[in-house]
Design a binder for this molecule. Sequence first.
Ligand code: PEP
Length: 251
Amino acid sequence: MRKKLVAGNWKMHGNLAENNDLLNAIISGVTELRSESVAVCVPYPFIPSVQDKLKKTNIAWGAQNVSQYDKGAYTGEVSTTMLNDFGCSYVIVGHSERRTLFGEDSKIVAEKYVAVQKAGLTPILCVGETLEQREAGTTEQVIGEQLNAVIALAGVDSLSKAVIAYEPVWAIGTGKTATPQQAQDIHSFIRSGIATQNASVAENLTIQYGGSVKANNAIELFAMPDIDGGLIGGASLIASDFIAICHAMQN
Ligand code: PEP
């Protein structure tokens, strides 16, 4: 059976005191859930304290970005080795905010994906279309190109050590969620496309949905056959909502 994963993406929110309260609540709210089924991806400066709090729990942690380079004169960047030093399991790569606000194209995303795997960490590779692309009927083409850039550099087998997050850009932080069927259609498109290259990798691949997942829509979304949990932005900052979403995954 493939692994389900709910991961929180805290983005650039929070401070030490708020994070402590948030994590304390999440830790006690998910104690009975399967180990490795919940993760939080937090801003870099908080990783050491998050590691300290989570190391004896069933919750994993990770980062929201990383450099594609191993080391060197890259002012302001953080390497995969540094993330490894602090026990990270996951790194989000290709989030639409990085693609659009920070100019990360598919080549950079693929290089980051490779760097993350080379360090033994698991990339959460985000793909998704904008509203204009959906309305123009190019959703599958866009997602196919985003995936192919990674497969061309890393090979399809690399997906056995990755998580994909389908995140329609029009649903991120907007309160507009894809309907369960809209999300399922794209998840199935992703899985079947990969299956043409490696059926067993496709079958075992965790594909999360992300985009305004809330406590009140998670059960329906996660009930779809190709949706294996979620990448959660806004709702991951509200302990009761995030806990409810984690429990929805188990249904
Ligand atoms: C995200 O940023 O990955 C995300 C899914 O955000 P939200 O849940 O707030 O839409």
